[in-house]
Design a protein around this ligand. Structure first.
Ligand SMILES: [Zn+2]
Ligand SMILES: [Zn+2]
Length: 381
């Protein structure tokens, strides 16, 4: 079994589920073996952004923190609660490593603002999971500053909403037009097809359901991205906002689990980034197209079953068979939880969600390593 080489370096610009603005979902991804120092000094085209709920402002916070050896500005949300844990406790017992990829950048003798601008100018493009404002507002506000064109990758519906309802010369200038300097180039992703993002990364996209739109009588479409490192075929699965198949009454997530189980068994995929917006709710309370711990665990119970079935060529045993199976396929799988909503209570919702997930993880003997994603942190995956 090949050892996963931790070839992805992910920086969380923001991963809150709101409603506080400024730190909602956005991630930077680069190959681990290329430093930001080299990227900036040699102008390398290898960073991609996934969603853009925040952008330059959060990178500025991170660089400031990085030069001062702290996380206090980029990760201030933890200070808003009475009982937040130490950063290391949100990592649980996972084998994820935290990295400090920006610490050398002061050697370039530029201001934090200049460095952040240069870095965003070098982005290959954005993968957009869906067009809700908490996932695109950073792109909108930052976009007028771009000098070079940016590729915007998304499913047809996502790009359709972006171009017709946001970058339409009314809400914001149409930056994909010649009049506005062709700063944005839309690249439609076809579900289940491999698309090259740059020399280092490719992506396969999957449709997922993110709630129901009553006036359109349809489910709202969001996306999961399977990002592939071209050099060694290692993979990272990251979901936009998503509800469980239990609440969507569709089987879109099952289809993704059916596809990636083979990558989990071969250890090419050892990290999944997925939302869990709140603790479990009372029956009949609306979930607005999001996950809760019980729903998310149901997804992983299905994934375990699929992995064991793949391995043994069986199916349709009851859960007790899979629960007591000796070689648990999800043992050590890193699951980074994002999009937890702030609650305006004294207690940190991240801690509550982590506790509920870990209880269910133990109850079902899944062996998953749950980590709560935190803005400002970088991880080697
Ligand atoms: Zn959303
Ligand atoms: Zn969201």
């Amino acid at each position: 079994m090949p050892l996963n080489s931790k070839s992805f370096e992910l920086t969380i610009l923001g991963c809150s589920g709101g409603p506080i603005c400024g730190k909602t979902c956005s991630f930077l991804l680069k190959p681990t073996n290329i430093t930001y120092f080299d990227i900036l000094s040699k102008k390398l085209n290898c960073i991609i952004a996934i969603d853009a709920g925040t952008g330059l402002s959060s990178l500025i916070d991170i660089l400031n923190d990085s030069f001062n050896n702290t996380f206090t500005t980029s990760n201030y949300l933890l200070n808003l609660y009475n009982d937040s844990l130490h950063i290391s406790e949100y990592l649980n017992d996972s084998n994820l490593s935290i990295s400090y990829p920006f610490k050398d950048l002061h050697k370039l003798n530029k201001s934090v603002l200049q460095l952040s601008g240069d870095l965003f100018e070098l982005l290959s493009g954005y993968l957009i999971t869906h067009s809700h404002l908490d996932h695109i507002s950073g792109l909108v506000i930052n976009s007028t500053f771009f000098k070079n064109e940016k590729l915007i990758f998304g499913l047809h519906k996502t790009l359709d909403i972006l171009s017709n309802s946001i970058f339409n010369n009314l809400v914001w200038p149409n930056l994909s037009s010649i009049d506005c300097g062709l700063k944005l180039i839309y690249k439609t992703l076809n579900p289940y097809h491999l698309t090259k993002l740059n020399d280092y990364f490719s992506v396969i996209s999957y449709q997922v359901s993110h709630g129901y739109i009553p006036n359109l009588n349809s489910n709202y479409e969001s996306t999961a991205f399977l990002i592939i490192n071209n050099s060694n075929n290692s993979k990272l699965l990251i979901f936009g906002d998503v509800e469980s198949d239990l609440s969507s009454l569709q089987n879109l997530n099952c289809q993704i689990w059916d596809t990636v189980s083979i990558d989990i068994l071969s250890n090419l995929l050892n990290t999944i980034i997925i939302e869990c917006s709140s603790i479990d709710k009372l029956p009949n309370q609306p979930l607005f197209g999001h996950m809760t711990p019980t729903n998310l665990i149901t997804e992983f119970i299905y994934l375990r079953k699929k992995c064991i079935d793949d391995k043994l060529g069986i199916s349709d045993k009851d859960e007790s068979f899979y629960k007591s199976y000796t070689q648990q396929p999800l043992l050590g799988l890193n699951v980074i939880i994002i999009h937890i909503k702030e609650t305006f209570e004294l207690n940190d919702p991240r801690k509550l969600v982590l506790n509920e997930l870990n209880k269910l993880n133990d109850l079902h003997n899944l062996g998953i390593c749950f980590t709560i994603g935190l803005p400002g942190l970088s991880y080697l995956l």
